[in-house]
Design a protein around this ligand. Structure first.
Ligand code: URA
Length: 433
């Protein structure tokens, strides 16, 4: 295999064979293709794209770069993947909730990069919680409580583990075939019966327009079908943050509130909508109404929260955080960000909120950067709220005064307070099968 010929063929817009793609990815994982050649390949794909067959071959090769989880038990194995957003803590609620409804949920999740947060970073805010599980530890957690949320580690889709940060620093992250192969290689390694794809869309998402999000959703669904995975896609609104909290420990706290049957209505709605799709895919509850009432019962009756506690136990986390949120990391300064005028909150811009949280240290701009689990925003007022002059629009949790001042500059752009507000639309924008 001559790596440079494959790069040249893609650069010139030719269609690569399954064998060429397979050999290229295998050589990358074994060290035969260095990062600079992989970067050139990624840029060629960025500009030339890939056919559906090439995308499927890349996805398969990336899955086969590592191991596939063994199946244990007979419960349907269904997962949900989100392309990421601001304040998206849905996985923390949905994995234990779906497990409480009879599914097995082996969720491989990622760290945040850029403006969108990552489920693994949120879980890392829980003292003791281990996300770096080996495949046999994931299976042990699944046996214990029906769900596990872990990082991909060294064994699952290692090609993606190396390729993802490389894409990020070479301007090739937003390429549909590369995103599809990255997401689905990890999900196929989970050995699933079905997958719900939550493609976020808007100012706080990778895909900013409905058109782009729909293209990505279709490509994900096509590749999943080609590789024998049943899937459904849900486009989610990511123009405003998902809930009232953004920041790792603060989002864990909000997820626990939702697991208690409380929390912001938009988060509950996102969880229930995606949960309905998971139960329908599993055929445990083929009808949407039946699925929704099973999920509501598990949320409001405490079964989902019990599973969350069991997941904490199985993965070494401090269970006491459920009843005592003071055990989560806490920032030194908590200050209100006040409205400069009275009126109705017409919009809360997800992008500016995310930038404020980045300034505080809640996110990372490079994969090796450390993050501060305690910082972020809480009690962000929902769109449509009537506020007085000087009333808090959010609370800023900071560990450093300079960073807090920098964050507040972004918050000035985040809130639009005025006279007339159109009611916010629903979380689910579209469903694609
Ligand atoms: N999530 C992934 O896992 N990979 C991408 O490329 C984008 C989102």
């Amino acid at each position: 295999m001559q790596a440079q010929w494959i790069i040249e063929r893609k650069r010139d817009g030719e269609v690569l064979t399954d064998d060429e793609i397979g050999a290229f990815v295998a050589a990358y994982v074994q060290g035969g293709v260095p990062d600079y050649q992989m970067s050139a390949f990624a840029m060629a794909v960025f500009f030339r794209g890939m056919t559906a067959a090439e995308t499927a071959a890349l996805t398969r090769a990336m899955r086969d770069s590592g191991t596939v989880l063994e199946r244990h038990g007979s419960a349907p194995r269904i997962d949900k993947h989100s392309t990421g957003g601001v304040g998206d803590k849905v996985s923390l609620v949905l994995a234990p909730l779906a497990a409480a409804c009879g599914l097995t949920v082996p969720m491989i999740a990622g760290r945040g990069l850029g403006l969108t947060g990552g489920t693994i970073d949120k879980l890392d805010a829980i003292p003791g919680f281990r996300t770096g599980l080996e495949p046999d530890e994931i299976n042990a957690a699944l046996d214990a409580c029906g769900c596990a949320i872990a990082s991909q580690g060294k064994s699952l889709a290692p090609a993606d583990r190396r390729f993802y940060p490389l894409r990020d620093v070479t301007g090739t992250a937003v390429s549909v075939p590369l995103i599809v192969a990255s997401i689905l290689s990890k999900k196929l390694a989970e050995n699933l019966d079905g997958l719900v794809l939550n493609v976020m869309c808007g100012r706080g998402a990778l895909m900013q327009t409905t058109h782009e999000a729909r293209d990505l959703a279709r490509a994900l669904l096509d590749t999943a079908r080609t590789l024998g995975l049943r899937a459904v896609a849900v486009l989610g609104d990511m123009n405003r943050p998902l809930g009232a909290a953004v920041g790792n420990a603060l989002e864990v706290e909000e997820a626990i509130a939702v697991l208690r049957g409380a929390g912001p209505a938009i988060v509950r709605e996102a969880v229930l909508s995606l949960g309905v799709e998971m139960l329908r895919l599993s055929r445990l509850a083929p009808g949407a109404r039946e699925a929704r009432s099973r999920l509501e019962l598990a949320l409001d009756g405490g079964a989902a929260l019990d599973r969350f506690r069991a997941m904490l136990r199985a993965q070494g986390g401090d269970e006491r955080i459920v009843d005592d949120s003071a055990r989560l990391p806490r920032a030194r300064f908590v200050t209100p960000f006040k409205a400069a005028a009275a009126g109705v909150v017409r919009n809360v811009d997800a992008d500016s909120v995310a930038r404020a949280c980045m300034e505080l240290g809640a996110g990372r701009s490079r994969m090796d950067e450390a993050i501060d689990p305690a910082v972020g925003l809480s009690a962000i007022v929902p769109v449509g709220t009537l506020v007085e002059l000087g009333e808090a629009l959010a609370f800023v949790h900071a560990n450093d005064e300079t960073r807090r001042a920098a964050a507040e500059l972004h918050l000035l752009k985040a809130f639009d307070v005025g006279e007339l507000a159109t009611p916010p639309g629903p979380f689910v924008l579209e469903r694609l099968t």
